[in-house]
Ligand binder design. Structure first.
Ligand code: SF4
Ligand code: FE
Length: 481
């Protein structure tokens, strides 16, 4: 398979792979030209484009520890604390260009989590999952294909374990074992970038008990495999992409990643692409590894997106003459403080990262969880401040069609003007960008992307060393055991 190097290579590869994607009740033949998908495709393409820019070479590429070749950092296994920090720097830098999610980190995190965990499964069980996985990793590194990390199953009745579900397909599982491979059934939900990826690396969705061995599954399949169907989710104001790029706000790159529900209807997976099959005691570990690696990211990408939002608010306030007001300056300072706090979390969990048995480096899990947990709060607060600074016009502004209208256009032009010298259209463009970045789907993603806040709180109980905290307190209070 040819190596994907440029944006054009990437677009061509998506057009040629013929994967099954549905949106709004219709089959989408070409995701690269469909207005609902194009922004997400452009955002992911940025990861390819920046790897070719000399000023980003150090961040966006790395040297493969397997082959010594220069590869996209999005396919690299972290070899040091420096690599972990560069990951966060890279995400912030790309977000400055896209103002939205660029999706490719999910597969990257899945590759790293699977690398570490397969090594440990083999150590315990004498299996050869890690060796198989290394071959797969070399294939991904050399072809530079985009991988989606498949973790979340829809889960049906949350009070029941997988094997007790009325319809077992709500959890992805092995339906049949054969000499040459396995047949899988099930689904993965919220699959960021699924519609414009080449491969999915499927992981278990949660800790599994022995009775759930069929669900302790890690494997990789091309997304154009027979039996794979993707259904694309709606996003806030997605119609605007079709009717008016101006009204869409960020027509070039969208608002969040673009998520699909991926269905596996008896999909064949050859053994060389199976990396865990029934080792239930490792499913929880793999979930934790993936979650930590993905939560590490959020102060990087959301930090970068927030930088863009701060810039948009600064522009809007200059355009409407409120930039010098002390309360506006105060709110802008608050937004920057929150943004840097998010970034600090991502840098700190990376700086405190450690080497795993496999040799790959892993961020500090407690700090990574705190980082993502901060995102569930600070991004909402940053959005609240942005709404405050931008003003009520965010919610009541007429459309581009009204601005261009032969009769009423002059009223929109005249009454939506701001300071002298700024066109009404430019003011509307900036306000639409703010609306886009602080609206429904974008905020919900900050809450639930990389795991809902409750999943971070569960980790505090496990990682926060409560016994030590009690000991320190008891000693100072002079309380005997
Ligand atoms: Fe990457 Fe952030 Fe998007 Fe997750 S939300 S895929 S970390 S850009
Ligand atoms: Fe995400």
């Amino acid at each position: 398979m040819e190596r994907i190097v440029t944006k054009d290579d990437y677009l061509k590869s998506l057009r040629e792979q013929g994967h099954l994607v549905y949106f709004n009740g219709e089959r989408v033949e070409d995701v690269t030209s469909h207005p609902a998908f194009r922004p997400h495709v452009n955002a992911a393409a940025k990861t390819y484009e920046m790897a070719l820019m000399p000023e980003y070479e150090d961040l966006a590429t790395a040297i493969s520890h397997l082959t010594g070749e220069r590869i996209s950092r999005f396919t690299h296994i972290h070899q040091s604390v420096e690599d972990l920090i560069k990951k966060v720097q890279l995400l912030r830098a790309i977000a400055h260009e896209t103002g939205s999610c660029f999706q490719r980190c999910v597969g990257w995190d899945a590759l790293n989590a699977t690398f570490m965990t397969t090594y440990e499964i083999d150590q315990k069980h004498g299996t050869d999952y890690h060796t198989r996985f290394l071959e797969y990793l070399k294939y991904i590194q050399s072809t530079n294909r985009m991988v989606v990390g498949g973790m979340t199953d829809t889960k049906g009745d949350r009070s029941l374990p997988p094997h007790q579900q009325k319809d077992r397909d709500v959890f992805t599982h092995v339906a049949e074992r054969r000499d040459d491979g396995i047949i899988i059934r099930g689904n993965k939900a919220h699959q960021t970038g699924g519609a414009n990826s080449h491969e999915i690396l499927i992981m278990p969705t949660q800790f599994m008990r022995e009775e759930d061995a069929d669900f302790a599954l890690t494997c990789a399949i091309p997304l154009n495999s027979p039996g794979v169907v993707q259904i694309f989710g709606r996003q806030t104001n997605d119609d605007r992409r079709i009717h008016s790029p101006l009204d869409a706000g960020n027509a070039e790159y969208g608002l969040v990643g673009g998520e699909t529900l991926i269905v596996f209807e008896d999909v064949f997976v050859p053994w060389e692409r199976v990396f865990m099959c029934g080792e239930t005691e490792f499913s929880g570990l793999l979930v934790e590894r993936f979650a930590t690696l993905h939560r590490q990211n959020y102060g990087g990408c959301k930090g970068g997106v927030s930088d863009v939002l701060v810039g948009a608010c600064a522009l809007a306030s200059e355009m409407q003459g409120s930039a010098k007001a002390s309360h506006v300056k105060e709110k802008m300072a608050e937004m920057m403080h929150l943004t840097e706090t998010l970034y600090a979390g991502s840098v700190s969990c990376s700086a405190m990262g450690q080497k795993t048995a496999s040799g790959a480096f892993y961020p500090d899990p407690l700090l990574a969880n705190c980082t993502k947990h901060n995102v569930t709060r600070h991004v909402y607060e940053i959005a609240r401040l942005a709404h405050d600074v931008a003003g009520g016009i965010l919610a009541t502004m007429p459309s581009e069609a009204d601005l261009r209208h032969p009769e009423i256009g002059k009223y929109v032009e005249k009454y939506l003007s701001g300071v002298h010298g700024v066109t009404t259209e430019n003011r509307m463009r900036v306000l639409r960008l703010i609306e886009n970045m602080t609206g429904g789907t974008a905020l919900v993603e900050s809450m639930h992307g990389a795991g809902s806040p409750q999943t971070q709180k569960v980790m505090y109980g496990r990682l926060a060393k409560m016994d030590m905290k009690k000991k320190w307190a008891a000693k100072l209070a002079q309380v005997e055991e």
